[in-house]
Structures are given as structure tokens and as C-alpha cells.
Ligand binder design. Structure first.
Ligand code: SAH
Ligand code: SF4
Length: 395
């Protein structure tokens, strides 16, 4: 018999461009900051607002990177712009495509750091999972990213740049004059990649404002979901200054267990977190808060947990997203059985809560929730260290 070829992932690696540049990147600037930087670099103040608006549209509506192509600007002005400025997004280092169509990109940002971005296609829509930090300062014991020390916060340019990069790859910038296509491949954004978005608030906010701007990428605020592990003092600002939907990594129903799984709980416990969520101004029935709950075998998955969760949710417009644990090398936990997850979901549903079980996507390429980590940042802890911190005895 012919030996069959092994099934391998589709990994594409792109040569690295060395682009040390002293030009000012216009990506990631707020409208005001863009206008300001134009003025500082010679655009007459009286024209600056209009020019900023034109350049903004080229960058965010049409995906243009080359000033020479910005044809509604005078030729001389275009040349001046390209001398001083650039339109730069993170560089794709590699791209993997899962059997289920999920795409995982490794992108490179200044300083040689790398972060992962995941695109998940679905029927009639598609979600981009965006990173907000290189690594994470928090150390949730079930999360792969948590084993990587924080290297730095991403800039607003690097956050909105992930969205622009994905639109490039999906070839989804509109064509001039073509009828508007309302079914978008990239229709939703979740801030659920690497990092804790509320520990990088300003940059995340500025990036999302750009993504929402009607004269650009124009994704509505309800198409963006920010996931936090529970940075209580920043939750209120999320509603006020970004206005997007909120998801919370809840994962446990007692402080004792949550202290271990989501250690930020030692700072802001379940009671404080729920108090902040009860006051989340955007939380209404149509904009419910998503409670993310990772299903860990024999840790947080009993019927008692489900009943306790129902009690805790009382008074909060909520839905529960049950996430079967995604394993990663050295992980100190196992996924709950399908029967256990279904039994847990049934209790929640009977109490009136929508509780979908999230289908893991892109598992074969380690693109599923909590599996992200830049392979090059090898500040990885040992299995023993992870277990010790999680309070688990090695078998
Ligand atoms: N730092 C933010 C956002 C990133 S994590 C946060 O913690 O909310 C996105 C979601 O994936 C979170 O709910 C996180 O708890 C969950 N997650 C992390 N590791 C996981 C794993 N191994 N399996 C399943 N879900 C995981
Ligand atoms: Fe950081 Fe979120 Fe992972 Fe916790 S779950 S370590 S907050 S990325």
C-alpha cells in the first residue's frame, strides 16, 4: 500500500521584512491626534481637519497604505506625506489554517515581539479574536497565555492593526464604486486573545473607537466584545468610554476556587465583581453580560456549582458561555466530560439562562481559547511550577 502522506497543518511562513523606520505611523491615532500630527508636520492649521478626514478615510475605509494613491490630495502634498509618515500594520510572520477554516496568524510588532490573532469563520459572519498585550501579567492557572510573562502592552496601532491585517488577508477592503456588501467576513471582534484588555485600557479604547468609526471600518459597538478576568475598577469605564459588550471570565462559584483559577479574585472577589457588573450601565436584556465559564473536570463542574452560579447571577442580565477546557502542553487540568457539560448547561437553562456550549475552534492549530502564546517568547514556566501555583499536587 502506498504510504499516505501525513496530514499536516497548512503553515505558511513569510520572510521577515526588516523595516526600521523613523517615519511616524498614522495608524492608531485618534482623529484629533491625527490632525495634530499633520499640523506639527507642516499642514496648515486651517486645512488640517479636512486633510485628516481624507487621510482617515483612505486608511480605514479603503485600506490604502500608499500616500501616492490618495488621489483626492494634491500630488505635492502626497509626496510630503510619504516622506514623513507611514501607514504600518503588524507584519504577518506565519499563518496557519485549521481543518475547520479557522486562521491563526502570528504577527510581529516593534521590538521583535510576536502576538497571535485568530479569525473564526461562521455561517454568514466571522469573528476576529484580537490580542491586547504580549503575554499577560495575570496567571490564571488554566490559561496558556498566563504562563507567559508580560512583555508589554500593545499600542493602539498594533491593536487596530490586527484588524487591518486580517482584512488584508481576507481581501475585504471595499472596492470603490462597488455595491456595498453587507455580509462581512470579519463582522465581529472579540478582545479575547492574549492579555488582559482592561490593563491596557487607553490603547484598547482608542483602537476600538477607530474600528467603530463610521467613516472607516465601521463595526458597530454591539459587534465588539471585551473579555476581562475581572479588573473591577475599569469595568464602569468600559461601558462609558467604549460602549462595547462585556464578557467576564467567571469560571468558579466560590472565592476559594476562583482564587486559584483566576488569581485576580484575591484582589477583587466574586462579590465585588458582581457588584460592578450589576452597575454596568450597558447591561440590559438586549446587551447581556456574557459569563465565560471554562469546564474543568472535578474542579468547577458539579451540579452544586451550576446551582450556585444561578444564584450569583440573580439580578444581572446575563448569559453563560460554557467553554470546554482546551488543553495545552503541561496543562494541570482536564476537560469535563460532554455529559457533565450538558448536565451543567441544563441546570442553567432551566433557570432561564441561555448557556451555549462553545465549540472549540482551531484546536488542531492551537488557536482555541486559552491556547495562545507566542512560541518565541519562551518565558514558559515548568509544569511543576504551574501546578504548584495552582495548588495542585503532581500525580
Ligand atoms: N484576559 C482576558 C481575555 C483573554 S482570555 C480574560 O481573561 O477574560 C479569553 C477567554 O478564554 C477567557 O474567558 C479565558 O478565561 C478563557 N480561557 C483561557 N484559557 C483557556 C483554556 N485553556 N481553555 C478554555 N478557555 C480558556
Ligand atoms: Fe491573562 Fe485572561 Fe489568560 Fe487570565 S485568562 S492569564 S487574564 S489572558
Amino acid at each position: 500500500m502506498e504510504p499516505s502522506a501525513p496530514i499536516t497543518q497548512d503553515v505558511m511562513t513569510f520572510p521577515r521584512k526588516e523595516t526600521p523606520s523613523d517615519k511616524i505611523n498614522l495608524v492608531g491615532l485618534t482623529r484629533d491626534a491625527l490632525r495634530q500630527v499633520l499640523i506639527e508636520n507642516g499642514t496648515p492649521e486651517k486645512q488640517a481637519k479636512m486633510r485628516a478626514g481624507q487621510i482617515w478615510q483612505w486608511i480605514y475605509q479603503w485600506g490604502e497604505r500608499d500616500f501616492a494613491e490618495m488621489t483626492n490630495l494634491a500630488k505635492g502634498y502626497r509626496a510630503e506625506l510619504s516622506e514623513k509618515f507611514e501607514v504600518r500594520v503588524p507584519e504577518v510572520v506565519s499563518k496557519q489554517v485549521s481543518e475547520d477554516g479557522t486562521r491563526k496568524y502570528l504577527v510581529r510588532i516593534d521590538g521583535g515581539h510576536e502576538v497571535e490573532v485568530v479569525y473564526i469563520p461562521e455561517e454568514g459572519r466571522g469573528t476576529l479574536c484580537v490580542s491586547s498585550q504580549v503575554g499577560c501579567t495575570l496567571t490564571c492557572s488554566f490559561c496558556h497565555t498566563g504562563t507567559q510573562k508580560l512583555v508589554r502592552n500593545l499600542t493602539a496601532a498594533e491593536i487596530v492593526g490586527q484588524v487591518m491585517m486580517a482584512r488584508d488577508d481576507l481581501d475585504e477592503w471595499p472596492e470603490k464604486g462597488a455595491p456595498k456588501d453587507e455580509t462581512r467576513l470579519l463582522s465581529n471582534i472579540v478582545l479575547m486573545g492574549m492579555g488582559e484588555p482592561l490593563y491596557n485600557f487607553e490603547n484598547v479604547r482608542d483602537a476600538m473607537k477607530i474600528v467603530m468609526d463610521g467613516e472607516g471600518i465601521a463595526l458597530g459597538r454591539r459587534r465588539i466584545t471585551l473579555s476581562t478576568s475581572g479588573v473591577v475598577p475599569e469595568i464602569h469605564r468600559t461601558a462609558q468610554e467604549i460602549g462595547c459588550l462585556l464578557a467576564v471570565s467567571f469560571h468558579a462559584t466560590t472565592d476559594e476556587t476562583r482564587d486559584v483559577l483566576v488569581p485576580i479574585n484575591k484582589k477583587w472577589n466574586i462579590e465585588k465583581l458582581l457588584e460592578a457588573l450589576r452597575e454596568y450601565p450597558k447591561a440590559t436584556n438586549s446587551e447581556r453580560i456574557t459569563f465565560e465559564y471554562v469546564m474543568l473536570k472535578d474542579v468547577n463542574d458539579t451540579d452544586e456549582d451550576a446551582h450556585r452560579l444561578v444564584k450569583l447571577l440573580d439580578g444581572i442580565p446575563a448569559k453563560v458561555n460554557l467553554i470546554p477546557f482546551n488543553e495545552w502542553p503541561g496543562a494541570p487540568y482536564q476537560r469535563s466530560s460532554n455529559n457533565r457539560i450538558r448536565a451543567f448547561a441544563t441546570i442553567l437553562m432551566q433557570a432561564g439562562y441561555a448557556s451555549p456550549i462553545r465549540t472549540p475552534r482551531g484546536e488542531d492549530i492551537m488557536a482555541a481559547c486559552g491556547q495562545l502564546k507566542s512560541a518565541t517568547e519562551r518565558a514558559r514556566k515548568s509544569r511543576r511550577q504551574i501546578e504548584a501555583e495552582a495548588g495542585i499536587q503532581a500525580p
